[in-house]
Structures are given as structure tokens and as C-alpha cells.
Design a protein around this ligand. Structure first.
Ligand SMILES: Cc1ncc(COP(=O)(O)O)c(C=O)c1O
Length: 356
């Protein structure tokens, strides 16, 4: 069958491995399950399944805007918000609105693979800056930007390394690139960040309206299976995204669950605490094993297992835990593990100890 020639150079996304019965620490999901308030709302809305969802997701956008305004102290209008079928879809929509053959897309090596997928799909040339100390090197990224750059994808904290860049670095970067260049900051893990110098991006958007923020209900809110994420950008850019967005991209269950989950303060606090308590325990365990890792601002840890990561992955899986081997990112001996419950973290450390 005839298909676009670019597909010859592409392959499907490889998700975290599903192993029935195994503890899944492979996809940075929330081990506490879904937000209870979100689930209650989801159950309560399914009778309306004969009707299309609100394609404009007005109620969800209103709630997101109100939440962001409360937290930032700045007025946020719903016209600055777009919701997507996961933030994955928003990564693609941003490329659909900006990238075409003859343009380039700039990001880092060793980051979320969907930026490459989106840029390549729309015919862009991918340009990657090398990692610096496990993190985004914003100076090197700025050095790759030219007049043909359609969009820049930044990931903060970065998946898979868990590292972050500061407000100072982001500000200097935004000052150094054209004011009309769309710059995405993918903040899928922002709710777990504790670093005091992490960028206050909602506030930064006032000075840099070309900054586009992507967030998700898949991680701390525990709603990955419902597929809902949101973006914050200038209203003009949101209108362009609406032209490339499928009309009913977020279903009724996802919209209802996300609205309710935004208010689930108790669940958010428990989820944050779990990660805050689990990370030091995991760090100590890794240090005891003599393994190098990157201190993480997210709910996962990237570590050097010291031998072929595929063998380590298979061995850990045989002990009932799935993690993510990072061979596909060019890190041949590194793995990524989601911070789990206390028991899961212990099981992982035991499995790792028996696999290296
Ligand atoms: C950095 C980053 N961005 C986006 C996503 C996609 O999340 P969603 O489930 O909202 O599509 C992920 C998921 O792992 C991620 O790690």
C-alpha cells in the first residue's frame, strides 16, 4: 500500500513493558492508583456516553485556568489553555502547527522520544544537543537554533534522566532565541519538583509569550489510562492548535475525572510524600550497591547498572519487577525505575542487587 516515504524511517513507540503479575516501575505512573476523586467523577459520568464530549472542554479548561491562577497569583484566561488526549497528543499538535519540510526541530539527546516522533512525522530535520552532566545543555540547544527552526522541545525535569534546569538558565535561553520561536517546556513531572530554582514558567510566560507549557494528568494524578493532558500558551497559538486538533480529542470520562482530580489535594499530598520518602531510600540502596545515579526532581531515578541494561532488565523482570532499560536512548548500561511504594522499592533493590 502507498504510504508517506518518511514512514520508512520511523518505527512505532515502544511503551514500558507489560508483564502480567509483575510490579510495574517502568512508566513513571502513580503506584497509589488513580485519584479517588477523579475515579468517583469518572464513574458518575458514563451514563452520558451516548453524547459527544464537549469538544472545547470548556469546564475542564475553566477549572485548569482557575487552579493555575490560584497557584501563580496571575490571571489565566481559558483562551490560553488547550487540552489533549494525553500530553503526547499536544506534543504532536505543536509539531503539526509549526513543522514542515525544510524546517528543523531542536531538542536534546536522551530525552522523551515523542519530540523526535512529532518532528519527523511532519518532515522536520531533527537536531540534538548533547547532554551536559545528565541534563539539558540550553547553551548548546540555543547554538542549534537558526532561521529555519520551527520549534524547540525542552523537557523539565527531563525524562529519562530526572534532571532539571533552573529559571536563570531558561531565562537566558529565551533571551537568546527569536521572540517568535515556539519553545515547548514539557513539564509532565512538575508536581514532584522540589528544587527552589526550578523555573516559575507561568510567570515567565508574561515576558516570553513564545513559551508553551505542557502538563499531564497521567503522572501525579494517576490518570494515565484516561489520557488527558493540557497546554498553556498564548491565545493566538492555541487557536492554531485548535485547527490541527481532532474535534473530540478528550472523552467525557477523561474530562470529568481530570476536573475532579484537580481538587484532590489529599491524594496529591500523599503521592508527593510517597516519592519524597522513596527517593532517599532508593538513593541509599543504590549507593550501597556502588551504582551511579542522577539525583532526580521527578518520580523516577535513572541509574547506571554497570552492565548491559537489557540483561539487567530481563533479570529484574524474572524477579517480578519491570523497569525501563535505556539502550534505546544510547545509554547501554543505564536503567530507569519509577519510585514505587516502600515495599515495591525494596523489592526492586533486592531484584537489582541480584541482577548486577
Ligand atoms: C516528559 C513526558 N512528556 C509527556 C509524556 C506523555 O504523557 P501523557 O500520558 O500525558 O501523554 C510523558 C510520559 O511518560 C513524559 O515522560
Amino acid at each position: 500500500m502507498r504510504v508517506r516515504s518518511i514512514l520508512g524511517k520511523m518505527s512505532p513507540y515502544v511503551p514500558g513493558k507489560l508483564q502480567p503479575g509483575a510490579i510495574k516501575l517502568a512508566s513513571n505512573e502513580n503506584p497509589l492508583g488513580p485519584s479517588p476523586l477523579g475515579m468517583k467523577a469518572a464513574r458518575g459520568c458514563i451514563e452520558g456516553a451516548n453524547l459527544y464530549p464537549d469538544g472545547a472542554a470548556a469546564a475542564l479548561k475553566t477549572r485548569i485556568a482557575a487552579r493555575l491562577s490560584e497557584r501563580s497569583g496571575l490571571p489565566i484566561e481559558t483562551e490560553s489553555i488547550v487540552v489533549g488526549n494525553g500530553s503526547d497528543e499536544l506534543i504532536q499538535l505543536c509539531a503539526a502547527a509549526t513543522v514542515e519540510p525544510g524546517t528543523n526541530v531542536v531538542t536534546s539527546e536522551v530525552t522523551f522520544s515523542e519530540y523526535t516522533y512529532a518532528g519527523t512525522l511532519f518532515g522536520g530535520e531533527m537536531r540534538y544537543a548533547p547532554l551536559k552532566a545528565g541534563g539539558f545543555d540550553l547553551d548548546a540547544i540555543a547554538g542549534l537554533v537558526d532561521s529555519k527552526t520551527a520549534i524547540v522541545y525542552l523537557c523539565n525535569p527531563n525524562n529519562p534522566t530526572g534532571t532539571y534546569f533552573s529559571e536563570k538558565k531558561l531565562t537566558a535561553f529565551l533571551e537568546s532565541v527569536p521572540a517568535d520561536l515556539p519553545v515547548v517546556s514539557d513539564e509532565a513531572y512538575i508536581e514532584y519538583v522540589t528544587a527552589g530554582d526550578y523555573p516559575k514558567t507561568i510567570q515567565l510566560r508574561k515576558k516570553f509569550p513564545n513559551l508553551i507549557l505542557l502538563r499531564t494528568f497521567s503522572k501525579i494524578y494517576g490518570l494515565a489510562g484516561f489520557r488527558v493532558g493540557y497546554g498553556i500558551a498564548e491565545p493566538g497559538f492555541i487557536s492554531e492548535l485548535d485547527k490541527v486538533r481532532p474535534p473530540f480529542n478528550v472523552n467525557i470520562v477523561a474530562q470529568a475525572a481530570a476536573i475532579a482530580a484537580l481538587d484532590d489535594e489529599d491524594f496529591l499530598a500523599r503521592s508527593r510524600n510517597l516519592v519524597a520518602e522513596g527517593k532517599p531510600l532508593l538513593y541509599r540502596g543504590l549507593e550501597k550497591l556502588g551504582l551511579e545515579y542522577y539525583p532526580s526532581e521527578s518520580n523516577f531515578i535513572c541509574l547506571d547498572a554497570g552492565k548491559d541494561c537489557m540483561a539487567v532488565f530481563e533479570s529484574i523482570m524474572a524477579k517480578g519487577v519491570t523497569i525501563r532499560p535505556l539502550k534505546g536512548f544510547g545509554l547501554k548500561t543505564w536503567i530507569r525505575v519509577t519510585v514505587g511504594t516502600k515495599e515495591q522499592n525494596k523489592l526492586f533493590l533486592d531484584a537489582l542487587a541480584g541482577s548486577i
